[in-house]
Design a protein around this ligand. Structure first.
Ligand SMILES: *[C@@H]1O[C@H](CO)[C@@H](O)[C@H](O)[C@H]1NC(C)=O
Ligand SMILES: [Ca+2]
Length: 331
């Protein structure tokens, strides 16, 4: 009886432990200075260690202005050092502001791509890029009824073959997205992108209250190492200031399921693409689409079996010890 109870308690505790492991709330993290951008920036004669600027980008002491609030501007800032960490988290402080009350645009993007320093039509970067693009789209190019409100944040995983369709605000190629009114705030807005164990999570803090809101959460995402972090912005007929205040990249300590994998050889891919016309504007919605990969399922099953085996062994040992103890008391 006692043995069965010990075994049950042990199994329950082990399952709780597994669940905590599955939540992966706070993996160990290390700031990577070579991928970070922090104040103060050198003003005139602008040089940022480890980063390059291009286009209309302007550097002041306090921020990097990708575009000013003028028409037809494009600018970008690109990290010179490619990323070596399979698991990482990027934090970016930004502000998008301008004189436009109802008309402003076009927006900016955060990149983790194979290519860098290329000028192009997708928020100041090339189309048919390879890697991850996270778009902060402030202007709706779509004339018909839209399935979401602007400003809109969306992610695209591209292997170099997909076109970003501005006329549809990229909805046909988006992985997931959310509405986020980040424009013209008195405080800096903050976004965190976490790529951890094939899971891409995007969180926003736009209220200035230090609270994270989930925007994107997708599993089964593949992004290789060896790509570059960057940010770019563009204005067209409509304009805005697109300012970057800081970038911090952390290396996350992940569990490598497969030691053989050469992370630099992987091709960017995503298993789930949002259906083009039935997107529900609910930041929590993406969670329901999460699925366990069979590899992770196998690992969890394996852990459960291992856990039960350990519990039985410990149980048997404790049981025998106790019996021995009782026997000794009799003699
Ligand atoms: C690139 O992505 C497209 C769209 O997801 C896919 O159809 C294609 O097979 C991919 N190409 C490679 C080489 O993986
Ligand atoms: Ca747009």
């Amino acid at each position: 009886m006692a043995f069965t109870r010990t075994l049950l308690v042990c199994v329950v505790q082990f399952l709780t432990f597994l669940q905590a492991l599955g939540d992966e709330v706070n993996p160990n993290e290390f700031l990577k200075r070579e991928h970070s951008l922090m104040r103060p920036y050198t003003g005139a004669g602008a040089s940022l260690p480890m980063w390059d600027i291009t286009g209309n980008t302007m550097v002041t002491n306090d921020y990097i202005r990708l575009t000013p609030d003028h028409q037809s501007m494009r600018g970008a800032v690109w990290n010179q050092v490619s990323n070596k960490s399979p698991h990482w988290e990027l934090h970016l402080h930004f502000s998008v502001h301008g004189s436009g009350k109802t008309l402003f645009g076009d927006g900016f993007a955060i990149w983790y791509t194979k290519e860098r320093m290329k000028d192009g039509p997708v928020f100041g970067n090339i189309d048919y890029f390879t890697g991850l693009g996270l778009f902060f789209d402030t202007y709706s190019n779509h004339n018909g009824p839209h399935n979401h409100a602007h400003p809109y944040i969306s992610a695209q995983i591209n292997n170099g073959t997909q076109h970003y369709d501005h006329d549809r605000d990229g909805t046909h190629t988006e992985l997931a997205g959310c509405h986020a009114p980040f424009r013209n705030k008195d405080h800096n807005t903050h976004v965190a992108i976490r790529y951890f164990m094939s899971r891409l999570t995007v969180m926003m803090d736009i209220t200035g209250e230090g609270k994270w809101q989930h925007c994107i959460d997708q599993t089964n995402i593949i992004l290789p190492t060896g790509y570059y972090f960057g940010a770019s912005a563009a204005t067209g007929q409509l304009a805005d200031n697109h300012d970057i205040h800081s970038v911090k990249v952390y290396e996350l300590e992940g569990i490598d399921l497969d030691k053989e994998t050469d992370y630099s050889k992987l091709l960017p891919s995503a298993q789930y693409f949002a259906p083009p016309r039935d997107h529900i504007d609910d930041p929590q919605g993406a969670f329901k689409n999460s699925t366990l990969s069979w590899k992770r399922m196998f690992l969890i099953l394996f852990c459960i079996i291992l856990g039960i085996a350990v519990c039985i062994i410990v149980g048997v040992v404790v049981f025998q010890k106790r019996q021995e103890h009782q026997r000794k008391r009799f003699y």
